[in-house]
Design a protein around this ligand. Structure first.
Ligand SMILES: CCCCC/C=C\C/C=C\C/C=C\C/C=C\CCCC(=O)SCCNC(=O)CCNC(=O)[C@H](O)C(C)(C)COP(=O)(O)OP(=O)(O)OC[C@H]1O[C@@H](n2cnc3c(N)ncnc32)[C@H](O)[C@@H]1OP(=O)(O)O
Ligand SMILES: Cc1cc2nc3c(=O)[nH]c(=O)nc-3n(C[C@H](O)[C@H](O)[C@H](O)COP(=O)(O)OP(=O)(O)OC[C@H]3O[C@@H](n4cnc5c(N)ncnc54)[C@H](O)[C@@H]3O)c2cc1C
Length: 664
C-alpha cells in the first residue's frame, strides 16, 4: 500500500470530529482561525523556506535569519497584523533569532520594570524596532545564581550616571540571544552600588551599538559565543558575550519601577517583593509551557504519521506487512507522548490564566499569590520541557533509522528544543524552587492556615496520609476521583517524607542540601498532579463535537496511567496503591491504547500543522514518504557529482597502491 493510501485509510477510521478537535486544541474558534491563517501565510512564502538549513554555513544561516526577520517585519506592517497574529506568525517562521528576545524579553522587561516615563521613552522605539534589544542577565561565571552576578553599576553623583563595569572575566555577560551581532540595546542586570554599598542585582537599559554604523560604543566589547549543538538548529541565534570597561549610562536608565536611586545617590528600596525583578523570567516560563505542547505535538505528529505508513514484518504469503503503529510496544512509547502533548496544552492554558490573574493582583498590590505563581511557572516549565525533550528523542527512535536523517525533522527539532531544559532556569534548579515551596507549605499545615490553589489538597493531609486506594477493577482507573486521589496521596506523602527527613537535621539548609535528589522527585510529583488535575478539569467543561470528549477522556487517562506505570516505585513505596492495583492500571492502559489506535492519525491532524512547519519528510500530510526521501537525498551537495572531490588525492591511492612494495 502507498503512503497516501495508508493515511487516507487511517483518516477514515477516526471516530470523532477532527475539525472540532482542532478548535479545542487551538483554544477557541478565533484562535484556530488565526493560527491556521498565519501558518499558511508563512508556508506559502518562499522567503521562509527551511529546506537547506543543515547545509548552510553559520554565516549563511545567520544572514538568512536576518533576511527572514526583515521580511517578516515588512509583512507584519504591510498586512497590519495584530499583536496576536504577529506573535503566531513569528512562531510559524520557526527560525530562532533576535526577534524572539526583542519581543519576548526586552520589551516585557521594560514594560514590567520600567517607570511610566521610561516606558513612554523606550517602548515606542522598541515597538517600531528603531532599537533592537536583548536580555543580558547570565554571565560566564553565573547563570542559575542570579544573586551571584558580578557586573557592577556604580552610581557617580558627580555626573549623575551609572558606571557599568565587568571586574573579572567571569563577570562577562555570556549567552544572551540577539546580543552577539544584532542588538543595539540590552536590559543588563548588574549589582547596584551607591555610596560604596552593594544593593544587589538590578536592571538597566544600556545602549550597546552606534545607531549609525552598528559599531560597539567605546567601553563595550561584544561578540558571538560560537557554534552550538546541532546542524542549523539554534545556530541561527547570535548568543553573545559582552564586557563593560567603565561604561557610563544616565541615571534614568536604571529600571526604577521597583527601587530607585535619587539625584543625590540615595537608594530607595522597593516596598514590594524584590522578586518582582524576576518578573520577565516568570512570564517567559509561562509561555514555555504552552510551547512545550507545540514541540511535543510536532514530534508526535511526525512519529504517528510515519508509524502508520511504515510496515515491518508480519506478511504471510506475500500479503501486506504490519503497520508499525500496530505493535503494542510502539503504542506504549508513542501514545503517552500524544497524550502528553494534549495534557501540556491544557495545563498551559490554565497557567496562562493563573499568570494573568497574578499580574492583575500585583497591579492592585496584592502579592499573596506570587509564591504560588512562581512555583507553578518554575515547576511546570521544568517538568514539561524535560518531558518534551525526552519525547522528541523518543519520537526519533520510533521512526527507526530514517528518524536519524536530518530531513525527518526530528534531529533539528531536538537540537533547537533541548536547551529549553536549561534556559529560563535550569530544570533541576527550578524544581528545587517548587520543593522549597512545598516544604514551607507542609511546615505550615499544623498552624491551621488552609493551603490554597494548587496545594489545597495538602489541607486534606489527614485523609491523604492514611487513605488506601479503593480501586478494585481495571475500569475503576477511569474514575476521576480515584485517579486524583492516587496522585494527591503520592505527592503529599513524598513531600511529607522529605519534610520529616529534613527535621532530622539541626541545620535546615544543610538538610536541604543532603536531600536535594528526593526534593526534586517530590517537586515533580506535585507538578504531575497539577497536569493530571487540570486535564480532568478540562473534561468537566462543555466540549462540542462528535466523539471529541471521548477522545480527550482516553488521552487524559493514558496520560495519568502511564505516569503511574513510569513512577511505580513512588506509588508503591508510599503505599498509595498496591501491586495488584498497579497491574489493573496496566490492563486499563492497554485497553485505552486499543481505543486510541484508530484515532491516532486524526488526533495528530487536529494540531493543524502545515508540512512547512513540520519540516519532515516522514511526517508529511500525504504520507508520500519513500519517493520524497529519494528526492531529499538527491538534493544533498555530496550528490552534485558522481565522483566526489578528493577522490584523486585520497581514495585512488588506496586502490592503486603497490601491494608488493607495501608488504616489504
Ligand atoms: C522559535 C524558536 C524559539 C524556541 C523557543 C521556544 C519557546 C520559548 C518561548 C519563549 C522564549 C523566547 C525565546 C528565547 C529562548 C530562550 C531565552 C532564554 C533567556 C534566558 O535564559 S534569561 C536568563 C534566565 N535565568 C534564569 O532563569 C536564572 C534562574 N535562577 C533564578 O531564577 C533564581 O536565581 C532562583 C529562583 C534560582 C533563586 O533566586 P534567589 O537566590 O533570589 O532566591 P532564593 O532561592 O533565595 O529565594 C528567595 C525567595 O524568592 C522567591 N522567588 C525566587 N524567584 C522568584 C520569582 N521569579 N518570582 C517570585 N518569587 C521568587 C523564592 O520562592 C523565595 O521565596 P521565600 O523566601 O518565600 O521562600
Ligand atoms: C540556548 C540558550 C539561550 C540562552 N539565552 C539567554 C538569554 O537570552 N539571556 C540570558 O541572560 N541568559 C540566557 N541563557 C543562559 C541560561 O539562562 C542559563 O544557562 C541558565 O539559567 C542555567 O544557568 P547556568 O548556565 O549557570 O547553569 P549552572 O547553574 O552552572 O548549571 C550547571 C549544573 O549545575 C546544577 N546546579 C546549579 N545550581 C544548583 C543547585 N543550587 N542545586 C543543585 N544543582 C545545581 C544544574 O542542575 C546543572 O546540572 C541561555 C542559555 C542557553 C543554553
Amino acid at each position: 500500500m502507498e503512503g497516501d493510501d495508508n493515511l487516507a485509510h487511517e483518516r477514515n477510521k477516526a471516530e470523532f470530529d477532527v475539525n472540532e478537535m482542532k478548535i479545542v486544541w487551538a483554544g477557541s474558534r478565533q484562535a484556530f482561525e488565526v493560527s491556521n491563517r498565519m501558518s499558511r501565510l508563512v508556508a506559502s512564502d518562499p522567503v521562509f523556506d527551511k529546506s537547506n538549513r543543515a547545509v548552510m554555513t553559520r554565516k549563511e544561516l545567520f544572514k538568512n535569519t536576518l533576511r527572514k526577520s526583515a521580511h517578516a517585519w515588512k509583512l507584519i506592517n504591510e498586512l497590519c497584523l495584530s499583536d496576536e497574529e504577529s506573535t503566531i506568525f513569528k512562531y510559524f517562521m520557526d527560525q530562532p533569532g533576535f526577534l524572539d528576545l526583542h519581543w519576548r524579553m526586552f520589551v516585557p522587561a521594560i514594560k514590567g520594570q520600567g517607570t511610566e516615563e521610561q516606558k513612554q521613552k523606550w517602548l515606542p522605539l522598541a515597538n517600531k524596532m528603531q532599537i533592537i534589544g536583548c536580555y543580558a542577565q547570565t554571565e560566564l561565571g553565573h547563570g542559575s545564581n542570579v544573586q551571584g552576578l558580578e557586573t557592577t553599576a556604580t552610581f557617580n553623583p558627580q555626573t549623575d550616571q551609572f558606571i557599568l563595569h565587568s571586574p573579572t572575566q567571569t563577570s562577562s555577560k555570556w549567552w544572551p540571544g540577539g546580543l552577539g551581532k544584532v542588538s543595539t540595546h540590552a536590559v543588563v542586570y548588574a549589582r547596584l552600588i551607591t555610596n560604596g554599598k552593594d544593593h544587589g542585582v538590578h536592571g538597566f537599559i544600556v545602549q550597546l551599538r552606534n545607531l549609525d554604523d552598528h559599531s560597539p560604543l567605546p567601553g563595550i566589547t561584544i561578540g558571538d559565543i560560537g557554534v552550538k549543538f546541532g546542524n542549523g538548529a539554534y545556530n541561527s541565534m547570535d548568543n553573545g558575550f559582552l564586557m563593560f570597561d567603565k561604561f557610563c549610562i544616565p541615571r534614568d536608565q536604571m529600571l526604577m519601577r521597583l527601587s530607585k536611586v535619587t539625584r543625590e545617590g540615595k537608594y530607595v528600596p522597593s516596598d514590594v517583593p524584590r522578586q518582582l525583578m524576576y518578573g520577565t523570567m516568570v512570564s517567559v516560563r509561562q509561555t514555555i509551557v504552552s510551547n512545550a505542547s507545540v514541540a511535543m505535538a510536532r514530534a508526535v505528529c511526525i512519529a504517528t504519521r510515519y508509524s502508520a505508513v511504515r510496515r515491518q514484518f508480519g506478511s504471510q504469503n506475500g500479503g501486506v506487512e504490519t503497520q508499525v503503529i500496530d505493535y503494542k510496544t510502539q503504542q506504549n512509547r508513542l501514545f503517552p507522548l500524544l497524550a502528553s502533548a494534549y495534557a501540556f496544552r491544557f495545563v498551559g492554558e490554565w497557567l496562562k490564566w493563573l499568570y494573568t490573574d497574578v499580574t492583575q493582583r500585583l497591579e492592585a498590590s496584592d502579592f499573596a499569590t506570587l509564591p504560588e505563581a512562581h512555583a507553578c511557572t518554575a515547576g511546570l516549565k521544568s517538568m514539561t520541557t524535560s518531558a518534551t525533550s525526552d519525547g522528541i528523542e523518543e519520537c526519533r527512535k520510533l521512526c527507526g533509522g530514517h528518524g536519524y536523517l536530518w530531513c525527518s525533522g526530528l534531529p533539528e527539532l531536538f537540537a533547537v528544543y533541548v536547551p529549553a531544559c536549561t534556559y529560563e532556569g535550569d530544570n533541576v534548579v527550578l524544581q528545587l524552587q517548587v520543593a522549597r515551596f512545598l516544604m514551607k507549605t507542609v511546615a505550615q499545615l499544623s498552624s491551621g492556615n488552609a493551603p490554597a490553589g494548587t496545594t489545597a489538597y495538602m489541607g486534606r493531609a489527614k485523609h491523604l496520609l492514611q487513605c488506601r486506594s479503593s480501586i478494585q477493577k481495571a475500569e475503576d482507573w477511569l474514575n476521576p476521583a480515584m485517579v486524583l486521589e492516587a496522585f494527591e496521596a503520592r505527592a503529599l506523602r513524598m513531600a511529607v517524607s522529605c519534610a520529616n527527613n529534613l527535621k532530622k537535621f539541626e541545620n535546615q539548609e544543610q538538610g536541604f542540601s543532603e536531600l536535594l535528589a528526593d526534593l526534586v522527585e517530590a517537586g515533580i510529583a506535585h507538578c504531575q498532579l497539577i497536569v493530571v488535575s487540570k486535564f480532568i478539569a478540562k473534561l468537566e467543561r462543555d466540549i462540542k463535537g462528535k466523539g471529541v470528549k471521548n477522545q480527550l477522556k482516553n488521552l487524559c487517562y493514558i496520560y495519568a496511567l502511564h505516569l503511574i506505570h513510569k513512577h511505580l516505585g513512588d506509588f508503591l513505596s508510599t503505599n498509595t496503591i498496591t501491586p495488584e492495583q498497579a497491574s489493573l492500571a496496566n490492563n486499563q492502559l492497554r485497553s485505552l491504547y486499543s481505543q486510541l489506535r484508530p484515532n491516532a492519525v486524526a488526533l495528530v491532524d487536529a494540531f493543524d500543522y502545515t508540512d512547512h512547519y513540520l519540516g519532515s519528510v516522514l511526517g508529511r500530510y500525504d504520507g508520500n514518504v519513500y519517493p520524497k526521501l529519494f528526492e531529499e537525498a538527491l538534493k544533498d551537495p555530496l550528490n552534485d557529482s558522481v565522483v566526489p572531490d578528493g577522490y584523486h588525492e585520497y581514495i585512488r591511492p588506496f586502490i592503486k597502491q603497490d601491494l608488493r612494495s607495501a608488504r616489504l
